[in-house]
Ligand binder design. Structure first.
Ligand SMILES: *[C@@H]1O[C@H](CO)[C@@H](O)[C@H](O)[C@H]1NC(C)=O
Ligand SMILES: *[C@@H]1O[C@H](CO)[C@@H](O)[C@H](O)[C@H]1NC(C)=O
Ligand SMILES: *[C@@H]1O[C@H](CO)[C@@H](O)[C@H](O)[C@H]1NC(C)=O
Ligand SMILES: *[C@@H]1O[C@H](CO)[C@@H](O)[C@H](O)[C@H]1NC(C)=O
Ligand SMILES: *[C@@H]1O[C@H](CO)[C@@H](O)[C@H](O)[C@H]1NC(C)=O
Ligand SMILES: *[C@@H]1O[C@H](CO)[C@@H](O)[C@H](O)[C@H]1NC(C)=O
Ligand SMILES: *[C@@H]1O[C@H](CO)[C@@H](O)[C@H](O)[C@H]1NC(C)=O
Length: 288
């Protein structure tokens, strides 16, 4: 008698739980409802329901049941934004350990587009570099195109940007002399700090090439005005005035420059090694 009594109440409880869950599940999203009869409960109705549930002690059971029912869903949703912690903490940083060891780098910052690294913007990472640092700071930039204008001010000394290959890590913007009021302001990336180094990444200006005879179309990809800068395995892409080798002593090794008119210009004293020029380039227009 007692056992049947208990199971009766258990059954009743189970039925009411399921009807509540069922009712909650079939509530249609607000945007699709026009009929008043199937409108979702408004907030005061919901809070009454919640209070009743709380008082009857059913809330905990209900939330447990809901959690169990929704588990596959939650699981899938969490999977989408899940970050591979090992990628940054072990794999990528370990990949550059020789560099880190060689320069005894005390600070490493990471950037990616997915929100799994320290920053999703290169400029934010640069801003986090200590001012006038006597030691190197390494910023590892994962594969991706970073659409932003980046300025490395003169006080961000001894910075190393490390990309994941010049085809993979790209900083791109599309200012022109017209849009900024001067060729030197049109650069996608401008570097004024001494002892800057970049490895295996690209600097792009994606502004469309100016029509023949049109003025104001100069679009600089990189302006380098800091002393003792070095670029290894980097790409510079633009149409007119791609690389503004402004002032200072600079070293370019195994880099790639694409442009059409005056694609390298400036007053710097630079050494270019194994620089590849693109076809139909007027060789006589460049000076270093
Ligand atoms: C919610 O519904 C109740 C009963 O239908 C109604 O009295 C109340 O005004 C409604 N509240 C809101 C915010 O629409
Ligand atoms: C960058 O991310 C790593 C790994 O999540 C963390 O250990 C480190 O403290 C972060 N650094 C900064 C400056 O946010
Ligand atoms: C670093 O340079 C920026 C830009 O010139 C300036 O705004 C900032 O105040 C400087 N920081 C220090 C500590 O001098
Ligand atoms: C840069 O691109 C954006 C978006 O494509 C566009 O709205 C803007 O006008 C472009 N700027 C210039 C100077 O071409
Ligand atoms: C730049 O590097 C050189 C040689 O590594 C060093 O002597 C100089 O002090 C550095 N400059 C700055 C501003 O840190
Ligand atoms: C740059 O990329 C080349 C080719 O992928 C690779 O051999 C080299 O080790 C890389 N260098 C750095 C510093 O990432
Ligand atoms: C730049 O501006 C000038 C004057 O407003 C205009 O004649 C020229 O066509 C513009 N150039 C480009 C590339 O838009």
């Amino acid at each position: 008698m007692r056992i049947t009594n208990t199971s009766f109440w258990l059954l009743a409880l189970a039925i009411s739980l399921f009807s509540i869950i069922f009712a909650l599940n079939i509530i249609p999203p607000p945007s699709t409802t026009s009929n008043a009869a199937i409108n979702p409960p408004n907030s005061s109705q919901l809070s009454v329901l919640k209070r009743v549930l709380k008082q009857s002690g059913l809330e905990d059971l209900l939330s447990l049941a809901t959690r169990i029912m929704y588990r596959p869903h939650h699981h899938r949703r969490r999977h989408k934004v899940k970050c591979d912690k090992n990628r940054w903490s072990f794999w990528l940083i370990a990949h550059y350990k020789r560099l880190i060891y060689h320069y005894r780098i005390p600070l490493i910052l990471t950037v990616d587009t997915k929100g799994c690294a320290n920053f999703t913007s290169v400029q934010k990472a640069v801003d986090a570099v200590p001012d006038f640092s006597p030691s190197k700071t390494l910023i590892i930039i994962d594969t991706g195109t970073y659409r932003e204008k980046v300025v490395v001010h003169a006080n961000k000394t001894n910075l190393i940007l490390q990309g994941r290959g010049y085809h993979n890590t790209i900083i791109a913007w599309n200012d022109t002399a017209n849009s900024t009021g001067g060729t030197s302001y049109s650069s996608s990336v401008a570097i004024f700090a001494p002892n800057f180094t970049a490895y295996n990444m690209s600097f792009k200006n994606t502004a469309p090439p100016a029509l023949p005879g049109e003025v104001g179309g100069q679009a600089v990809a990189l302006r380098i005005g800091g002393d003792q800068a070095a670029f290894y395995g980097c790409g510079f892409y633009g149409a007119q005035d791609t690389l503004h080798d402004d002032r200072g002593r600079h070293y370019f090794k195994e880099c790639f420059v694409q442009g059409s008119i005056d694609f390298i210009f400036g007053n710097a004293r630079s050494l270019y090694e194994v620089l590849m020029y693109y076809p139909n380039i007027p060789y006589n227009t460049y000076k270093t």
